[in-house]
Design a protein around this ligand. Sequence first.
Ligand SMILES: [Zn+2]
Length: 143
Amino acid sequence: MGGINSGRLKRGSGKRLTRDFTKVDINELARQNILIPNSRHDGYLKSKEWIYYIVDMTHSDSWIDFFYSRCNGERQMRERTELTKTHPHLGGERFWFVCPLCSRRIGTLFIIINLSCRRCQDLAYASTRGEALRKTKAGNASV
Ligand SMILES: [Zn+2]
C-alpha cells in the first residue's frame, strides 16, 4: 500500500483518537448548568481549547452556537448545533446534540476541522479495544 509517507494524516498507522481533539460533552454542559430551559445566555467552555458558546433554549428549536478558531487563530469558526431531548423513564429530561453532519442524536461533539460526531470524524476511543481491534483486522484484511 502506498501513501504511507504522504504526511497529511497518518492513515494506516492507527485511527485518530477522541482524546486528542477538542470535544464538547452534553453531560458536561448539563453539569455546568448551561442547559437551562427557556434561557438564552453565553459563556466559555474549556476543552483542549477555549470555546465560546451562545445557547438559546427559548424556542421549541433549541440550539447552541459554538465559536472556535482554526489555523492558529487565523480562522474564526462558528457552528450551530441543534439540541434535542428525550424523557428518561426515571423522569426529567435529557438533552442531546444533533450532529450537524449526519443529524444523529449524540452526546459528544468533536472539533477537528469542523464540528461533528465521532463517527463523522472517524475517531476511535482509546479505551474501546474491541472497536480498535475490529478496525485493525479490517485493515489487515484489505492489505
Ligand atoms: Zn455525525
